[in-house]
Design a protein around this ligand. Structure first.
Ligand SMILES: Nc1ncnc2c1ncn2[C@@H]1O[C@H](COP(=O)(O)OP(=O)(O)OP(=O)(O)O)[C@@H](O)[C@H]1O
Ligand SMILES: [Mg+2]
Length: 439
């Protein structure tokens, strides 16, 4: 089977998973500023389910699920295997409540502008995971719903992806003060930390680049733009094993169909076309960021320098590049040049890059579509079957509730062939308090 066909099959099965839920509904209206296209909006349906589903355990086994009804939490007891099947069916489609019934929190393993990431252990399976904890006061501190919409979009897009080079989402929880995205645990360091303390050899750089390029092929195929590729958002699954590097952090990712195009990303990694007001940039922006990463891994220096992020941003905008790589091979400099092409139309695609002579056959052969993840709690659970409620403390009648969904016409890409970016048009930027910017 061709890689394309295989990827396609994966997509179909993902969408099949989303289908059986049209009866779960909500009164809440919902509109994503950065809207998703029609197909993806099927997924949003699930997260519109306002009720959290709670889990009750005894001796680390599921014994009941609970739903709040008329402000009271109603518990429904059932067989362990049925509850596990329900868990398996619902996980990542809706938020679950009371995270501490299933997960035990351990040390902080990372932090970002909007979150803390903890190592957690699933009490039932004893598998370890990472929990990205996003505080609600951060999400709701602006009058508009923008941050909430962004969080939902991050979740929706993570739900779509299933690839060896991309971190997997496992569960979603909502607490009183925070949202939690449970992911597979990446036990190694970020590439930022790792490359600081280790001089990578060429083979290691090839492995990292080929992994990331395979991840980008996959994201391209699914029409997802990551928009924040950088060393801090590449993490090793296994300590010191660069071939296990994975892309994380879909906090700024959008579907290609999103009509709006904001300047966003991290100063020093931003593609030139992003600085052009309302320019309909594409997934090629991620290739540029990966080019910056490539340069950094080769030279251990930044492509755009500066004493602070404003200066870096300014150099990034004006395309004032450093060049510390005067003696590198033709192959390297050719690939680098093609990845850092100012004109996105001339910039190399991830598929083309993987075929570049820089990569030999041994590492560019397969596109790395994921096997079933051994990390998911649900793998240990049986397939869904009709559920026997053995004891409930109240019958909830079927509530017919209407769901309002938005669908956006897909965005037409219209990039002129003789594009040449003009940075004079840039006059606005804003910060979200971190090193990455969102306009
Ligand atoms: N699955 C994971 N396993 C191990 N560590 C992780 C995992 N996910 C994130 N981290 C660590 O936590 C850090 C922050 O996570 P992430 O990049 O997702 O958040 P962020 O940068 O705050 O994103 P945003 O501000 O866009 O929400 C990462 O740089 C990494 O060190
Ligand atoms: Mg990050």
């Amino acid at each position: 089977m061709s890689t394309q066909a295989f990827l396609k099959r994966q997509t179909v099965s993902s969408f099949d998973r989303g289908r059986s839920h049209t009866n779960i509904s909500s009164k809440k209206t919902f509109s994503l500023k950065e809207s998703v296209n029609f197909q993806q909006s099927k997924y949003i349906l699930d997260l519109l389910f306002q009720n959290l589903v709670f889990w009750k355990t005894e001796q680390n086994n599921l014994v009941a699920f609970g739903i709040k009804y008329n402000k009271t939490l109603k518990w429904f007891h059932a067989e362990k295997t049925d509850l596990e099947a329900l868990y398996r069916e619902l996980h990542t489609r809706i938020f679950f409540g009371n995270i501490s019934s299933i997960y035990e929190s351990q040390e902080v393993i990372g932090a970002g502008a909007s979150c803390k990431v903890y190592k957690v252990v699933n009490k039932i399976t004893r598998y370890e995971f990472a929990s990205k904890c996003i505080r609600k006061d951060y999400i709701f501190n602006k009058k508009n719903q923008e941050r909430y919409n962004r969080l939902i979009l991050e979740i929706e897009l993570m739900k779509l992806v299933d690839h060896n080079s991309i971190v997997k989402m496992v569960d979603l929880y909502e607490g009183e003060k925070s949202y939690y995205i449970i992911m597979e645990l990446l036990k190694g360091e970020t590439l930022y930390q790792f490359s600081k303390k280790t001089q990578l050899n060429l083979l290691q750089i090839k492995l990292i680049m080929s992994n990331c390029l395979k991840g980008l092929c996959y994201l391209n195929f699914h029409n997802i733009i990551h928009r924040d590729l950088k060393l801090e958002n590449l993490v090793l699954l296994e300590p010191n094993k660069v071939e296990t590097v994975k892309i994380i952090d879909f906090g700024l990712a959008i579907p290609l169909s999103t009509p709006q195009r904001q300047i966003c990303g991290t100063p020093g990694y931003i593609a030139p076309e992003m600085f052009i007001d309302k320019y309909p940039y594409t997934a090629k922006v991620d290739m540029f960021s990966l080019g910056v990463i490539f340069y950094r891994l080769l030279s251990r220096k930044s492509l755009f320098s500066g004493n602070n992020s404003d200066e870096i941003l300014e150099n990034n905008k004006k395309f004032r590049c450093n060049n510390h790589l005067k003696d590198c091979s033709n192959e390297i400099s050719d690939l680098l040049k093609q990845m850092l092409q100012k004109d996105p139309n001339k910039r190399i695609s991830p598929e083309q890059a993987l075929r570049h002579p820089f990569f030999d056959d041994t590492i560019s052969g397969d596109l790395g579509v994921a096997d079933e993840s051994p990390h998911e709690i649900v793998r240990a659970f049986p397939l869904i079957k009709p559920m026997q409620i053995t004891n409930s403390n109240e019958n909830i009648s079927d509530n017919k509730i209407q769901v309002i969904r938005g669908s956006q016409p897909s965005f037409e890409q219209s990039i002129g062939s003789n594009y040449s970016p003009s940075f004079d048009d840039i006059n606005k930027k804003s910060r979200n308090g971190s090193d990455h910017i969102i306009e």
